[in-house]
Design a protein around this ligand. Structure first.
Ligand SMILES: *Cc1c(COP(=O)(O)O)cnc(C)c1O
Length: 751
């Protein structure tokens, strides 16, 4: 344990002080045995902390800790978990070390503006963040040498509160750094490490926090420090600020500052993975360093290109930042001369060939400065090639160098632990370590051995857990509203019935996701929901971006429908969608509905999380589902509908037809044992066909197998065989001195 942490947790008895180490490594979050270790200290304290070990260890009365430290049964479990933890951190024999034995492994630096890791660390907005979080967790499990860079946002969470009128209010809750699993990175002399972003005037300074994601250190940049002026302090206050200049400054800090911070930490790495275009300036800095060493720009660009992977995540225009040229000039006029090119050559790096006057396009820049690029599903790969074919004029679409690697979700994070126990019971006798080989398709065939009744009863139990959770949230909201004198009709789930077929629809309220689609024909929907013999209920959840009034209007409309008695109380809106709410929903509803406007859903991942737990997808053919749907593992629609104004009506009709003719009859078709065997069959199909294929394990392995050898080769050429191997431990390098020089450029650090 680091010295500063030890002082803060002096009240934790020495015998169980490893709990502090566990609390600061998110490894606990995807290992149920570790969660249980915290819970066993005091279930009430665990609950009060909202399942946040850091908060729990800070707030818990000392006597609980003392009792645990004297309880032999507890200590036995503690010792076993601690031993496993140490073994995990030091593990040899990982998949990666078997693939790439010897010294020839290079560290990949992963850059992303957001990470969805756990709700106690609010540095995410949506799918992109969870994808990044799952990528790190899986890379850790596979033993990939990786270091990651992101931001800590001081305004933390945007909570959603719906006012009586159905309008979303955005409530910011400042991040309490003490309650998050992060530690401030100090210099060896014990002061906060402060790094200056190079060549930016007036200067921007960043402080650094660290969170351990299993074996992978994630460094989070923070500009909210006294040596910055107020505008600079605000750079890291919130994710994706709408202020274009501040947004540019964020991306400069993330890319260029991030690169600098890794050097200041003495972490050597040789390849970069850019998650979306936001951190792409990291490549600029890598080029500048090489030019400073005397290399020609062209050669420097080529070296950087050959060691960069860029993943594009969306065809939605708002996902691709474009900065006006005058803004770029303001921030880069002192920087670009260091690249050894003129202003026009610099600008050309970010110009969209067909929209030359629109400004500096981060995606165009990222594509030009990386050699390996991919979309996140087969369909999205093709859409991305069409979007960017102008960068490769004359090249036939099929040979445009944009690949796809379909997204996947981290199985230990998203598979409910009771489901996991059930799978263990029936897969285990044949394949005891199935979870370590969970991307093997054949293993999942054993799902068929689970008796229908067991799977069905567990599903029903998870559904009850979901409803309990929603009822509890509704109860406390009702009490709050009465205290504040603003009671409004219950739409938050008071009327949910566990024996009713339940559809879940939860995601960001972006317009292209079409949350309103199922309301296209109100009369028909009412008939479906209110059917006396075969009722249906729908649970909605999701936030609109604070600046997205259109998204908020859609949400308001749904909220109003939920209040109307004609819908029979069958529509529920759950406030404040988050990782925690998502966990309950993807475990507990019967059907996961997804109906974005094709081809806007690049991949989508919530449906993968659902299917892992036996929740059946009813989804339009877009994103991952065009690969996932096999005719018997759920329902698909939307391939027949053309574009244009009739699209919404056609897609909605397809949903109604499927519900009436297939989904509802299958669900309510019970045998004498009251189990819908046909439905359970489909649940099993869904689990076994999607579980391995849409796992982050399959995804990360694909990234490694597809790109790693080329990165390795390019790096060997660059470094004449002496490959930087990156940080070996999660601790400070022992040889660190405050005045070391940048290993690549020889520049002294700005501390
Ligand atoms: C998985 C997840 C998402 C992404 O879901 P999509 O299906 O890609 O829209 C967004 N938010 C949360 C909280 C999630 O867990």
């Amino acid at each position: 344990m680091e010295e500063s942490l030890r002082n803060q947790y002096a009240h934790v008895p020495e015998r169980i002080s490893g709990l502090v180490d566990l609390a600061y490594n998110l490894w606990w979050s995807w290992n149920p045995e570790v969660r249980a270790l915290f819970k066993q200290v005091s279930p009430q304290a665990w609950k009060e902390s909202v399942h946040n070990p850091v908060r729990m260890l800070r707030e818990i009365p000392i006597q609980f800790l003392k009792l645990a430290a004297e309880n032999p049964a507890y200590l036995r479990r503690y010792d076993i978990v601690m031993r496993r933890f140490k073994k995990y951190l030091n593990a040899a024999g990982t998949w990666f070390s078997e693939q790439y034995p010897g010294d020839s492994s290079l560290t990949v630096a992963y850059f992303s503006a957001e990470y969805g890791l756990h709700h106690s660390l609010p540095i995410y907005a949506g799918g992109l963040g969870f994808l990044a979080g799952d990528h790190l967790k899986e890379s850790s499990d596979l033993g990939l040498p990786m270091v990651a860079i992101g931001f800590v946002y001081s305004q933390g969470y945007l909570h959603q509160q719906i006012n009586p009128d159905g309008w979303q209010e955005d409530i910011t809750e400042p991040l309490d750094h003490d309650m998050a699993p992060i530690t401030r990175v100090l210099s060896p002399t014990g002061e906060d490490l402060i790094v200056q972003v190079p060549h930016i005037d007036p200067p921007i300074y960043v402080a650094v926090w660290k969170v351990d994601v299993g074996r992978i250190p994630l460094y989070l940049l923070d500009t909210d420090i006294p040596c910055n002026d107020p505008q600079n302090r605000g750079i890291s206050s919130r994710l994706y600020t709408g202020d274009l200049e501040q947004r540019l400054r964020q991306e400069i800090v993330l890319g260029i500052g991030g690169r600098k911070v890794l050097h200041a930490l003495g972490i050597e790495y040789a390849a970069v993975h850019l998650n979306e275009g936001h951190p792409a300036f990291a490549s600029l800095e890598r080029i500048r360093e090489r030019v400073a060493r005397g290399m020609e720009f062209e050669e420097a660009l080529e070296q950087v290109r050959s060691t960069s992977v860029f993943t594009s995540h969306t065809p939605v225009p708002a996902g691709h930042d474009v900065f006006p040229t005058d803004l770029i000039e303001r921030y880069f006029k002192a920087y670009y001369p260091a690249l050894g090119i003129d202003w026009n050559e610099f600008l050309q790096l970010g110009i969209h060939p067909q929209l030359a006057n629109s400004g500096f396009n981060m995606t165009a820049f990222a594509l030009r400065t990386s050699q390996h690029h991919n979309g996140v599903s087969r369909t999205h790969g093709s859409v991305t090639r069409q979007m960017w074919r102008c960068l490769w004029p004359g090249t036939p679409e099929a040979t445009i160098p944009i690949d796809h690697i379909t997204n996947g979700v981290h199985v230990p994070t998203w598979l409910n632990h009771r489901m996991r126990d059930l799978y263990d019971r029936y897969i285990g006798p044949t394949c005891p370590n199935w979870l370590t080989e969970h991307d093997d398709l054949t293993i999942w065939e054993l799902i068929d051995e689970i008796p229908d009744a067991e799977l069905w009863y567990l599903h029903t139990w998870l559904k009850a857990k979901l409803f309990n959770r929603i009822h509890e949230q509704e109860r406390s909201r009702w009490a709050d509203q009465h205290r504040q004198g603003t009671p409004h009709p219950a739409v938050g789930g008071a009327y949910l019935n566990p024996s009713t077929l339940t559809i879940g629809f939860a995601r960001r309220f972006s317009t292209y996701k079409r949350a309103h689609l199922i309301f296209e024909d109100l009369e028909r929907l009412k008939r479906i929901l209110n059917n006396r013999w075969y009722p249906v209920q729908i649970i909605f959840a999701g936030k609109a971006h604070p600046a997205d009034n259109e998204g908020k209007r859609v949400l308001q409309q749904i909220y109003r429908y939920a209040q109307q008695p004609e819908f029979g109380g069958r529509i529920t809106f759950v406030e404040d969608y988050s990782e925690k709410v998502a966990q309950y929903l993807v475990h507990g509803v019967d059907v996961w509905l997804n109906n974005p406007l094709p081809p806007m859903e690049a991949s989508g991942t919530s449906g993968m999380k659902a299917s892992l737990n036996g929740v059946v997808n009813l989804s339009i053919l877009d994103g991952w589902w065009t690969e996932g749907y096999n005719g018997k593992n759920g329902w698909a629609f939307g391939s027949e509908a053309g574009a244009g104004s009739g699209r919404d009506a056609a897609d909605a009709t397809a949903i109604y037809n499927l519900l009436e003719k297939e989904v509802i009859p299958l669900y309510y078709n019970r045998s004498i044992d009251d189990i819908p065997h046909g439905w359970v069959k489909m649940m099993k199909e869904s689990i076994k066909s999607n579980g391995p294929r849409f796992s982050a394990r399959r995804m990360v392995k694909e990234y490694v197998i597809r790109y790693y050898p080329a990165l390795l080769q390019a790096t060997e050429a660059t470094y004449n065989g002496a490959i930087p191997t990156g940080e070996k431990t999660t601790r400070w390098p022992l040889n660190w001195e405050p005045q070391v020089k940048d290993r690549e450029t020889g520049d002294p650090f700005s501390l």
